[in-house]
Write a new protein. Structure first.
Lengths: 262, 262
DNA sequence: TAGTGGTCTAGACCACGTG
DNA sequence: ACGTGGTCTAGACCACTAT
């Protein structure tokens, strides 16, 4: 009958970010799962921020009053899920989208030849409106809740290649404006993380081949009817809460979507 | 200075299948990696066949003269890579494509509504020929080496949905004929595994949107020019050796290609 | 009841990165 | 030299499955 001992060093010192919900958490499960949940809470509450180093394994073992091996197994799983990054000799760090190394975890478009060049993002519009039924459903909002709609085009080597319609919960992205977005360099998810305390953990995509309609064709510089890759993505943050719906159209002439099965 | 002790129970008793290559294997690396390599060898040589149970952790620990924890870590990684399947209370088993549970690991097409229905495979042709340059390159064969080409259509609910051109090394798939193929029920990879001792471990896909040409359109019952999902797959077996090239065209009306990012 | 994998511990030592 | 994560061990006990 294992359960975590009372409440200890779980110092959720209300730092800037998230609500530190403190969901009941699984009580009767393997110890390392409980530790995993506690660490996840600290990540979500912002006690340890993206890019920062978390306490060492021995420290955590002391804090939670378990053996180092148990903490290790918890961290192993979190690292496998890309929430943490281990670096031998240095420590364990909170994963972040602000790293060149891991830039393209969520954009799996590669050129037929050569390396992927840095791309240019051209903002078309940023609008606040009431969520259409389908978007509300996917974001788990009430119909007509406020949302932000961002439209943009990504250009690779000066060729428009990706058109994105990005839907975000309005409540969560209050200060998001076209100006603020255009100032920001680098991936969107990096900005969401640093400016809106919203870290994208995983995403699920539905991919289809579609014919370009007139509007999309014009924006991407292709002919109406040309085949495009349609990518419908829902992104999730801690606790599997959906926080972004993204509809993308990819021009796959000279580029392909890379996927590995195992 | 760790290395595996001399040669022990590594009884590669030349059973029916593979050549049991016995590549030198990594000598100075973590012990559990060496164990992992040894286990992989036994899998490749056919000592333990798909679906069978491998020796228990304590047995393996004794055989390799290491602790159970070390064997455990090796098995953990092999299970994570889908080479083995752990089943509590029963044992650890060699993964197989002959299981309903894991049928659609490599076919990620889902219907917009409802569950995926069992599909019908319609063989168009099976032909032996000399490998075109591009196929030879991808299969790491010499140009003009013999290959087998299989063409088929998959039908979902009586609607042709997937057209596949499958290229296989001729030497490896000697007895493969249209008759033999059409007798076989179930996934191709299950047949390859049981009949040709070739287990597909992982695959890499390049996905594009293309316009259907006349020939493909006719076979799939769509109009020429209609958008199709083009899926170029290379599948690998033990040791990352490529053993299949597959060019697929998917009709994504009513179906989508599902992908999860993390 | 016996055998399997699953969890947890405690401690020793190694490999890497830093000061 | 020190602190970090990484490896390896040995042993205890739990949970599940079969007989």
């Amino acid at each position: 009958m294992n359960s975590i001992h009372a409440s200890l060093g779980n110092t959720t010192d209300g730092t800037e970010c998230g609500p530190a919900t403190g969901a009941p958490s699984p009580m009767f499960s393997p110890l390392y799962q409980q530790i995993k949940a506690l660490i996840t809470q600290s990540l979500e509450s912002g006690e340890w921020k993206p890019g920062e180093m978390i306490p060492s394994e021995v420290e955590l073992a002391a804090r939670y009053k378990v053996s180092q091996g148990t903490v290790r197994k918890a961290i192993d799983e979190l690292a496998a899920g890309n929430l943490l990054v281990r670096r031998q000799g240095k420590g364990t760090f909170v994963a972040t989208h602000n790293e060149d190394r891991v830039q393209f975890r969520f954009l799996r478009l590669l050129p037929d030849q050569g390396e992927l060049q840095p791309h240019e993002s051209r903002l078309l519009e940023v609008r606040r409106l009431r969520a259409p039924a389908e978007i509300a459903r996917q974001l788990e909002l009430k119909p007509a809740d406020p949302v932000v709609l961002v439209k943009r085009v990504l250009e690779f080597e000066a060729k428009p290649t990706v058109l994105d319609e990005i839907w975000l919960p309005g409540a969560m992205f209050r200060g998001l404006t076209l100006e603020r977005l255009s100032e920001y360099k680098g991936p969107l998810y990096a900005m969401f993380e640093t400016e809106f305390c919203t870290r994208m953990i995983r995403a699920s995509e539905k991919i289809r081949a579609v014919a370009a309609d007139a509007a999309v064709a014009a924006l991407l510089g292709v002919a109406p009817g040309d085949p495009l890759l349609s990518v419908d993505r829902v992104s999730y943050t801690y606790g599997d809460r959906p926080v972004e719906v993204r509809r993308g159209w990819y021009v796959t002439a000279g580029y392909y979507y890379q996927n590995d099965l195992s």
